[in-house]
Design a protein. Structure first.
Length: 287
């Protein structure tokens, strides 16, 4: 029986649209604390968090997972953002800090729709030849594995992106970077930014929006029986009411996240001329 179960376990597959950037050195944590939106200093070694890098105007450049492996080693898992570009942009702010920003070439990001043996919630597992992060939620178990490269599986990769969107994790294409505030992307659902830590790029905008309650739009999830592209307008009665931030194919249709007015019920709307049906966001991805 055990042999049969092992043969039917969900496979591990490559995520070629995910990249890894490593920050190492005595000043790695202080540098990340000053640049990124979440509180890195309070993150204990062996744990991970969602985080974001913002422009000075408070617009999201990237959403990523930040794992604190040791006191002076941080691993960033970046969906949809080229690691080389991200690392090069970060290096411009290093100045005299003691750290290295590198893009490893001998390890890759893979995934499986199975529960990790040891990683739970924000606690990562670093046994064997890979680091594992639990990214499961209401939609079921999911695990990131950072280690030796694995085979690609286009079907599993597409299903992974659909699961991300259904849980409210924005998968930002290049056209949607630097367009939205953390509140508009509902990053509070992921606990991906802080309003209590010290200064970081965009912090004033984020804090003002939070404390003055001026966020008027946030994410909603929709499905369509037809393909829908990123960046198209969501329309109601011939007027624009929102915008599709990211979309993923799901069979012959699409799953998408759109920034919509907070009070909008999400009914009777279309994108690219296709009827959209609102879906509740799944919980459990907060770390």
């Amino acid at each position: 029986m055990a042999d049969n179960l092992s043969r039917t376990s969900p496979p591990v597959f490559a995520l070629p649209d995910h990249a890894l950037v490593v920050l190492e050195g005595p000043d790695a944590v202080a540098f990340a604390q000053a640049q990124f939106a979440n509180d890195v200093v309070s993150l204990a070694p062996g744990h991970w968090q969602w985080n974001a890098w913002l422009t000075p105007k408070g617009r999201v450049i990237a959403v990523f997972a930040l794992a604190r492996r040791t006191d002076d080693s941080l691993w960033l898992v970046l969906p949809d953002h080229p690691a080389g570009d991200f690392a090069e942009a970060l290096r411009r702010f290093v100045f005299r800090r003691k750290l290295k920003i590198v893009v490893p070439t001998d390890i890759a990001v893979s995934a499986t729709f199975a529960e990790s043996a040891r990683a739970r919630g924000a606690v990562l597992d670093e046994t064997g030849d890979a680091i594992e992060l639990d990214v499961g939620g209401e939609g079921g178990p999911r695990t990131w594995r950072i280690g030796p490269a694995t085979a690609e599986d286009a079907t599993s990769q597409a299903a992974w992106q659909v699961a991300d969107l259904r849980h409210g994790l924005p998968r930002l294409p290049a056209s949607q970077r630097e367009q939205w505030t953390p509140q508009q992307l509902a990053l509070d659902r992921l606990a991906a930014y802080s309003v209590k830590k010290g200064c970081y790029p965009g912090q004033e905008i984020v804090a003002r929006t939070h404390f003055l309650g001026k966020a008027k739009r946030s994410l909603q999830c929709f499905v369509s029986d037809d393909p829908v592209a990123d960046g198209v307008a969501v329309r109601e009665n011939d007027r624009d009411v929102g915008e599709v931030v990211c979309a993923a194919p799901d069979g012959t249709g699409s799953v998408m996240l759109a920034v919509m007015p907070l009070e909008h019920a999400g009914y009777d709307v279309v994108a690219d001329g296709h009827l959209l049906t609102r879906q509740p966001l799944l919980d459990g991805l907060r770390r």
